[in-house]
Ligand binder design. Sequence first.
Ligand code: NOJ
Length: 594
Amino acid sequence: MRLTGLLVALAATGVLITGGARAAAATPPAHRAPWWRGAVIYEIYPRSFQDSNGDGRGDLRGIERRLGYLQWLGVDAIWIAPMYPSPQVDFGYDISNYEGVDPRFGSLADMERLIAAAKQHHIRVILDMVLNHTSDRHPWFIAASSSRSDPKHDWYVWSDGKPGRGPNAHDGRVPPNNWVSLFGGSAWQWVPAVHQFYYHAFYRQQPDLNWRNPQVRRAMFAVMRFWLDRGVAGFRLDAVPQLFEDPKLRDERPLGGVNAFGDPILDQSRTGDLPEVHVVMRELRRLVDSYPGDRVLIGETYLPTIQDLDRWYGGARHDELQLPMDMRLGFHGDHDHLDAAAFRRRIMAAESGLHGSEPLFVFDNHDNVRSIDRYGDGRHDPMINELLGSVLLTTRATALLYYGEEIGMHTTPPARRSQVRDPIGIRGWPKEKGRDGERTPMQWTPGPQAGFSTNPRTWLPVPANHATINVQTERADPGSQLNWYRHLIALRRGESALRDGRLRMLDPGDPNVLAYLRGDAGGGIVIAMNCSAVARTVSLHIAAAGVQPVPVETLLTNAPGLRDARSLRNLTLPPYATWIARLRGRPRSSASAN
Ligand code: NOJ
């Protein structure tokens, strides 16, 4: 799986929803402080969400138009992928001005309007912040690469290289080490004007900033203040483990084999997660904490172990990021498949390995094949998508949703190389088809361009399946995936046991059914999910989790036969079905086994 692998070197029918959740959907959000704990954060790829001016690309006014939908769905915040001025080599992750809005997406005034309008809908706005690199067209880099004596020269990572020959040689010098770009080829680019190479972890048009230079820190902190002063609720920090590189520029260790670009796979020990980055994270945390309103720092943190992830929270000190992403739950590796035991292990690791911090779970984003195409089997896809939603939205965690996930949008990769827009797909074709497939326009209606744009020439083609997979059709169908997600979100908002309650696994030896109890002395909710393709009949043993069995009341299920279930015994879950029930009566502690 592309970015994960690269960075880590690592028809639902019969939905039952009872009073609790329906009532919850109608009541205003009852947030605990801080607001982000247990929140649902919805990622918007602005090019692909809603076009308001008919140019075939989404924009900020388009997002504003859809706030009513997002409020109806129940999201607490939106994270908008980069909308800053940019040459768009990496579709906005190459920023040439951090304090503006690209005219393709609108204006600064549109962004201010969007923040204000979102507030009216009880939705906060989180921006993407790219600290690791700028565009090579950013004035900082233009100055830095003009002369070694330019005051900005040291803002980037330079090397004279070493004497040598070969394809990467310039004036008899070659790059200083074996580092490769995550997007293919050497990570070093020669600049004749300064007679040096600069380092780029991503495209060569994305030179890495030198975070050892205090002026860089000051400049980037000022940029963040610029947006915090305009009322953004926080930032999603792009590629943040990559901020520092080994000052001695030592080689990385080859792990054997080559990636889709034909480059050796390296251990990334000299370019990722270096200790100094945590000093910067603590400074950043102090910065956001100096603002009122619980501003939040979210990290794009593909990390191999829970211990690594815990360090990004600041461990027991809780003084770094509030929400580094836990990619281990949703992105297992190259061959994702539903596995109750693996989900259980990873959920419990987050429960016990993070010093009580709030996990941030995620199954989808703009860099990876959509989860339905990784976990789906082609036969039960809608049920599987609902199951993934159940895991995401019933665990004790903040949840990240990616636009379209709630309606079951699929990945639609380009059929031919000539159609590819994402440069990594052009370079890596056919092994790496790029990320266009998961960035196709949001499917709003069964009509022209899926209601995304009036322009038939959309920036990426609208998938043909919008005829059935779209917001309008699914909104009208009580048994749709969309309504399943909405009910889950409403339930979690309305039930304190689901938002705050501790999580205790039930029947941890069951290889097929993932079940847990959420709750505390105030009330308990049981969730059971069949992760297999055949019906499973189970009895859930809550006494083993320290709670006496009591009668139950079904709150939400896509297993028609379980609507009237009254106990935890002999429950038959159809393939991939979810059953969520409230314990009636207080879940008293029990000394006896069930
Ligand atoms: C991670 C972003 O999610 C991805 O889209 C981008 O290409 C790289 N970082 C580089 O900024």
